[in-house]
Design a protein around this ligand. Structure first.
Ligand SMILES: CC(C)(COP(=O)(O)OP(=O)(O)OC[C@H]1O[C@@H](n2cnc3c(N)ncnc32)[C@H](O)[C@@H]1OP(=O)(O)O)[C@@H](O)C(=O)NCCC(=O)NCCSC(=O)c1cc(O)c2ccccc2c1O
Length: 135
């Protein structure tokens, strides 16, 4: 099951060329990721944080512009031993035009020992509910 986040492009998120700045996409993806984790049921209190990001990528497919209404659709695409991956599609909310594609890999991480650990069954089963292997 995919998660959707609505984003309205602010003027400050565009650059001198009039389109959405590459930096802004990473802010949209971060917000989508955090809202997705909340929807998954993760406890997002900082002292209970259990994942760390190993990688984040964004492909810019079409330009986006000030005041455009976007939606960011997120799903789990892979579950490994200690890691999992999330894919995002950023679309124009009215037309469905693909604006950007993102993906990120997160690792189950113990911040006390500073080491990665296997995903516990409880997190694995939350992730499995949102797994779309062909996403
Ligand atoms: C990420 C590391 C902890 C990995 O180190 P480790 O020694 O554990 O590496 P292993 O080789 O044993 O791999 C374990 C596991 O991770 C997968 N993996 C490792 N690197 C990558 C990679 N680059 N891309 C994809 N996957 C990777 C590997 O395949 C293994 O998977 P298995 O499933 O087979 O077990 C370590 O490298 C590290 O600490 N790196 C620094 C991390 C960092 O500083 N990240 C940036 C800051 S965190 C961040 O920005 C962030 C943003 C958010 O918006 C968040 C939102 C919500 C939660 C967390 C967020 C967050 O952390």
């Amino acid at each position: 099951m995919a998660h959707e986040l609505a984003v309205k492009v602010r003027f400050s998120e565009t650059d001198a060329l009039g389109h959405i700045s590459n930096i802004s996409y990473f802010i949209y993806l971060e917000e989508a990721r955090i809202e997705f984790f909340k929807a998954l049921g993760f406890d997002m209190a900082i002292e209970k944080w259990k994942v760390i990001l190993a990688s984040a990528k964004c492909d810019f497919i079409n330009q986006g512009f000030f005041n455009q209404q976007l939606k960011v659709i997120s799903a789990v695409s892979k579950i490994g031993n200690s890691s999992f991956s999330i894919v995002h599609r950023i679309e124009d909310a009215a037309t469905g035009q693909l604006i950007a594609k993102g993906d990120a890999s997160a690792v189950h991480f113990n911040f006390e020992t500073q080491k990665s650990e296997s995903l516990p069954d409880e997190i694995r089963s939350l992730l499995e509910k949102h797994l779309e292997e062909d996403a």
